[in-house]
Design a protein around this ligand. Sequence first.
Ligand code: AMP
Ligand code: ZN
Length: 476
Amino acid sequence: MTDAPLKLFNSLTRELEAFQPIHEGEARVYTCGPTVYNYQHIGNMRAYIFADTLGRTLSHKGLKLSHVINITDVGHLTSDADAGDDKMEKAAAAQGKSAWDIARYYQEVFEADLDRLNVRKPAHPRATDYVTSMIEWGKQMEEKHCYELESGLYFDVSTVPDYGRLARAVTEDGEGRIDEVEGKRNAADFAIWRKTPPGETRQMEWDSPWGKGAPGWHLECSVMSAELLGHPFDIHTGGIDHREIHHPNEIAQNQAHNCSSDSAARIWMHNNFLIDRRGKMSKSTGEFLVLQTLVDRGYHPLAYRMMCLQAHYRSELEFSWEGLEAALVRLKRMVILAERLQDALPQPEAEHPKFAPALEKFETAIADDLNTPIALTALEDALSIKKVDAGIKRAVVEAMDEVLGLELFSLTRADLRLRPKTAEISEGEIEEALTRRKTARAEKDFAKSDAIRDELAAKGVEVMDGDPLGWEWKLG
Ligand code: AMP
Ligand code: ZN
């Protein structure tokens, strides 16, 4: 394949930058993971599909990838600005379970969803396993950068150079932030340690030099990225909301801990939001879609991955069921074309001039800050090239799919059939009725064939004679 140098959009400089690994032949990526007090909605999953596409691209470029997605199982308050309740403790109280059980349950669901979306398995460290290191960081930063209040240990953002440069925020008065903690020096100051209020016991609490309590949410990512990837490391990712508070705070901690003005990650990348008609999909507003809802409505999870890839990660993406159906149909067209190559032996070394334009287009697109919408069209170009060796074609398509992660050679058209959970009829029954109908038609018994069709229609099954995509039926 052509070797276009990889350019990525760095939120720190707001510019496209050529990617230069810090350690030769390696790429180290840290992605802010879920707070496991609830299900991750499909907007959250967009963040991980993006991070996975980035990881796959780095691997495609021949780099050995280390990828971490942390699990926030402690410390995240209902407001990012250090106010409100602890998300984990609140969910535990509401559901009558222990905070630890809640965390394990939602972590498992999250990992299963990553799997269903074909996100390659990254490392999943849990914040609660790093509390000792977080306390060490607190002790080390305390003297020069922190001050203690009744409620906890706070980081003074005025003690580091250029606080908030990632957000491009006016920091003097913490614009856009409400000062909800009594005694804070700057509105943007944030908790390193939150003390358990006197007379209370938290389910998740640890001893520390500042009393019993729990770490502030921002601290875990600084500590885990340093321990698992080293400082500096290559790329830090997250949703665009993190560009405003969480990541500036991580940077401030990294600067304080490392006694350096450096942010500790070379490139900071942020995916834009998944929105719907009401605006940004969010957990706190109550109603949101989880991957399982899509599956219950009959959609294969990879149709959602396709939907995400159809938009550039830095653009907003509006979710609609029509859009998801269009993505499903597009994926099915690809799978049908790939089916024809199923028996071919991939020939990765062999070349064919007919593939050169598609390959060039693919490589240029993916190297251009992960332009997946264009890369998808290059994959379709390759799939529709005719009169070429099937083994070469298979190798080209496989290599592209390795980056996009659509599993074109494992999926079958039957996997992509709409299968709503509410259906009153099983697939076996549908297939059986269709076989009876075929026989009736062969015997020219059209009354019987129409009767079977009506019988199926009454159960929500639309019979699709002569459908170009080969869908023989569809559940409405
Ligand atoms: P959380 O569990 O709230 O910490 O969020 C997990 C990840 O999802 C973070 O990187 C968020 O920035 C990201 N995120 C949250 N809402 C959305 C959304 N509607 N669309 C895309 N990413 C989101
Ligand atoms: Zn983080």
